[in-house]
Design a protein around this ligand. Structure first.
Ligand code: ZN
Length: 285
């Protein structure tokens, strides 16, 4: 299944993209895609509802805004330097263990919403990433069992303010958490939609110029490792998002570095997970 949420910000309704591409309103199913939904076997119940009701459900037209494909989760856990090439680009060593950091959940936004360049930002940058959405609570899970705790996957742009991430002391979280810094979607693809999460082409363009062009095969720590590893330090709750790191080609790594300014158009995609598009605008506008 491909799960979408649509409508005005903070008022999104649940929906689905059907195999024929039609977008439907799944409000009649009766639940948003939140912690309770995922934790209560919602995917199975939604599949049963869709089998019986999708054909006669109202269509969501293509002009309707999409929201983030999951309701605000308890946390967004990110993995740093998880692509060997990107680590080299950043001048960092290949990590021996996954590097973890948080992104505020208030940074979550719709896949095609504007990117708001934060107040006083000089170094806003892009990162196309594969996001994992947790389906069942994960606490001390083994790698063998890890995928049983995954609901599916989504496209994510892990926007980053590099000066605040790297030059202001302390944790990366300062440069990762601004409003609109986490466009998620267009849809959540359940695991059955993605035969192999480690063989997906991924790309990102800025104003039509290809900046990132790689594949999830380049990930250092794979999906089962990441879910298992993170669950040794915290409980991953249903609906939580893990963003798994970005390949080379971020603005910080260009010579000279390139950062986003108002009017720039960022487009990105991952094979099987659709595309998204953000137009940058200044904080005040
Ligand atoms: Zn990232």
């Amino acid at each position: 299944m491909k799960l979408i949420r649509f409508g005005l910000p903070e008022q999104e309704k649940p929906g689905l993209i059907l195999p024929d591409g039609r977008r439907i309103d799944a409000s009649a199913f009766g639940s948003d895609y939140d912690e309770r939904f995922f934790g209560g076997d919602g995917l199975s119940r939604l599949a049963a509802w869709a089998a019986a009701n999708a054909a006669k459900a109202p269509t969501v037209d293509s002009a309707t805004r999409l929201g983030p494909c999951v309701a605000r989760p308890s946390k967004i856990v990110c993995v740093g330097l998880n692509y060997a090439d990107h680590a080299r680009e950043s001048g960092a060593e290949i990590p021996k263990e996954p590097i973890l950091f948080f992104k505020s959940t208030s940074s979550l936004t719709g896949p095609n919403d504007p990117l708001v360049i934060p107040k006083h930002s000089q170094k806003t940058d892009w990162e196309v990433e594969l996001a994992i959405v947790i389906g069942r609570k994960a606490s001390y899970v083994s790698e063998v069992d890890a995928l049983k705790h995954v609901a599916g996957y989504a496209l994510h742009n892990d926007y980053s303010e590099r000066a605040w991430q790297l030059e202001r002391g302390g944790q990366w979280v300062k440069g990762k958490s601004c409003d609109t810094f986490a466009p998620l979607g267009p849809f959540l693809a359940t695991q059955d939609e993605i035969a192999n999460p480690h063989a997906l082409a991924m790309w990102l363009t800025v104003n039509g110029v290809k900046r990132q062009n790689s594949t999830t095969a380049q990930m250092i720590f794979k999906v089962p490792q990441l879910v298992s590893y993170i669950s040794q330090f915290m409980s991953l709750l249903p609906g939580d998002v893990i963003s798994t790191g970005t390949p080379p080609g971020v603005g910080l790594g260009l010579k000279p570095p390139v950062f986003l300014k108002a009017g720039d158009v960022v487009e990105l995609g991952i094979e099987g997970l659709g595309q998204s598009r953000q137009v940058a605008q200044d904080w005040a506008s």
